[in-house]
Design a protein around this ligand. Structure first.
Ligand SMILES: [Zn+2]
Ligand SMILES: [Zn+2]
Length: 193
């Protein structure tokens, strides 16, 4: 899968997606497999654009449960191969080069809400340049990569679903709460509590 496939999936081309694309390819190279099912698990420490490339390219997806999100706000990605617990941790160390003063001004205006064609074009151009650099820089300059001991998360489980006593909708058992002797779903338990 190439970068264009990632752009199609994500909806637009951006520097964050480019980072995710590079992370994903490095992970596949290092661990040698893509997840059809849950053979590979990704633990991602942010929820940026980068994650879409990882889902598409590594097959670690929200829906299959082999994408684990830890809300740390860090550009750190850990991949674990279930078969033998081999794991790598990829941390982004690359920092974009400083802007020239002119771009700086445009960016400032953009962040203050200026969407004039002039400012929009300058910001788009800046993003495109940044993206190109990310796609062309060596792995060694983008990332710190380490082999780590990672605990293998339990495979995704299938739970029994039961009907909420308040709204009647089906809910998986571990997400139910008992309120006043009735077993209800979380949204209903909050309304009642
Ligand atoms: Zn994006
Ligand atoms: Zn309910």
């Amino acid at each position: 899968m190439n970068f264009d496939d990632a752009v199609k999936f994500h909806g637009h081309a951006c520097p964050g997606l480019a980072i995710g694309y590079r992370v994903a390819n490095l992970a596949l190279e290092e661990l040698g497999l893509r997840a059809r099912d849950e053979e590979l698990v990704a633990i991602v420490e942010n929820n940026s654009c980068a994650i879409d490339a990882i889902q598409l390219i590594c097959g670690c997806t929200f829906g299959k449960g082999n994408l684990i999100f830890k809300d740390h706000g860090k550009q750190v990605y850990t991949f674990i191969r279930r078969a033998d617990s081999e794991a790598i941790r990829i941390a982004v160390k690359w920092a974009p080069p400083p802007e020239d003063p002119e771009t700086e001004v445009m960016w400032q205006r953009y962040s203050e809400g200026d969407r004039s064609p002039e400012v929009t074009a300058a910001v788009q151009d800046r993003k495109a340049r940044k993206m190109k650099v990310v796609l062309e820089t060596d792995d060694a300059d983008l990332f710190t990569v380490g082999r780590v001991q990672a605990e293998i998360p339990a495979p995704a489980r299938i739970y029994k679903s039961i009907s909420c006593a308040a709204c009647g909708e089906k809910v998986m058992e571990p997400r139910t709460r008992e309120v006043g002797g009735k077993v209800v779903c979380l949204p209903c338990s909050e309304e009642e509590g």
